[in-house]
Design a protein around this ligand. Structure first.
Ligand SMILES: Nc1ncnc2c1ncn2[C@@H]1O[C@H](COP(=O)(O)OP(=O)(O)OP(=O)(O)O)[C@@H](O)[C@H]1O
Ligand SMILES: [Mg+2]
Length: 342
């Protein structure tokens, strides 16, 4: 673990660190201690206070991808904005790339894709990337070369000379990722990077992230798309109502025994054979049975004994999704009917 002084200061507040219990020898790209954010809005007669983030402690390891998962309003964007120094914390400290976010040399090594990227509409994609490249100190041949390299990387070479006003949401998102990558960042921070991408764009972007990780880039991303996390991330953090519920390696989630619901597809004409299933966790519906993993084997055995023709069995959620829902205490199980098994 990167050595840290017992006491450091960032933003405008100073906090004494608790001695960090080393859980790994990996160096940290981001170290967060006791970070909190309270928003105060409204008028003095009707003030509104939102505790968006409570006492966040988190280590993000170098050269790994970390995914922060949470429902809408969980505090994910707030966390990213605090990490980037775009918001002032109510309490807490953070150390990033062995320095402070207020240090320009640290910021120069970070790429950021905001949740809602906005670009000047009258410029082309290529012009925008040239502009952002110049901000990173590139010029002349090096700038031209890097712009072409990034356009290629985000699959925008063909449409690079169109104005942004004519870009679809997914194309704007690709240019957004492009501007985040133009300075070859050591740490890439993305707020919902897959938002607006079509399935092909989604797969391409996933491959880009996997390649970046192979090249040694540290990635921090916010998302609620579980598939994205499973394929890209090494570790996840589950944020709920501004509190970090859990931090866990993805491989550990995939080896866990958290129950997943299944859909047992049975021919529609076999409906009478589905009645009176003796398990509380199996709900017969038109054309099949929704069942928890706990009683899947028994349900299949019973249906076979009734000579019902089972056409197939498929999980209704990924393991990661089930793990996430359990961590945030969401109601799971076969109580809610799934039309057509979906
Ligand atoms: N500028 C703000 N002023 C007041 N409240 C805010 C502000 N920004 C966020 N909040 C509140 O803080 C909480 C966390 O919001 P945040 O945007 O961090 O959530 P999120 O996890 O990114 O959600 P989403 O998935 O919808 O993007 C929410 O209750 C939100 O309403
Ligand atoms: Mg957000």
């Amino acid at each position: 673990m990167a050595s840290l002084p017992g006491r450091f200061q960032s933003f405008d507040c100073e906090v004494t660190l608790e001695p960090d219990k080393p859980v790994t020898d990996l160096p940290c790209a981001i170290q967060i201690r006791g970070l909190s954010k309270t928003y105060k809005t409204g008028f003095w007669l009707a003030p509104k206070v939102t505790h968006a983030l409570h006492d966040l402690h988190l280590d993000v390891y170098e050269k790994q991808a970390f995914g922060l998962l949470g429902l809408n309003g969980a505090g994910k964007t707030t966390t990213i904005k605090l990490i980037l120094g775009l918001l002032k914390p109510t309490a807490g400290t953070l150390r990033i790339l062995d320095g402070r976010i207020s240090d320009r040399r640290v910021r120069d090594r970070i790429g950021y894709l905001p949740e809602l990227p906005y670009f000047s509409k009258q410029h082309t994609g290529r012009e925008l990337l040239r502009y952002f490249g110049a901000l990173h100190g590139l010029s002349g041949k090096a700038l031209r070369h890097r712009v072409e390299e990034v356009l290629e990387l985000v699959r925008m070479t063909r449409t690079a000379d169109q104005r942004v006003s004519g870009y679809s949401k997914g194309m704007q998102q690709r240019i957004g990722i492009g501007q985040a990558l133009i300075g070859k960042p050591q740490l890439l921070i993305c707020d919902e990077p897959m938002s607006g991408l079509d399935p092909v764009g989604y797969k391409e972007m996933r491959d880009i992230f996997i390649d970046l990780k192979k090249m040694g880039t540290t990635i921090f991303l916010n998302t609620h798309i579980m598939d994205e996390v499973e394929r890209i991330c090494d570790r996840i953090g589950i944020l709920h109502d501004g509190r970090l519920k859990e931090v866990v390696p993805v491989h550990q989630v995939l080896q866990s025994t958290v129950p997943v619901d299944y859909w047992v597809d049975v021919d529609a004409g076999e409906a009478p054979k589905l009645s009176g299933l003796p398990f509380q966790d199996a709900v017969a519906q038109n054309g099949g049975v929704q069942v928890t993993g706990m009683v899947l084997a028994e349900t299949l055995a019973l249906l076979t004994s009734r000579r019902a023709e089972v056409k197939g069995v498929r999980p209704l959620s990924s393991l990661l999704e089930a793990y996430f829902l359990r961590a945030i205490g969401a109601q799971v199980g076969p109580a809610s009917p799934a039309k057509g098994g979906q």
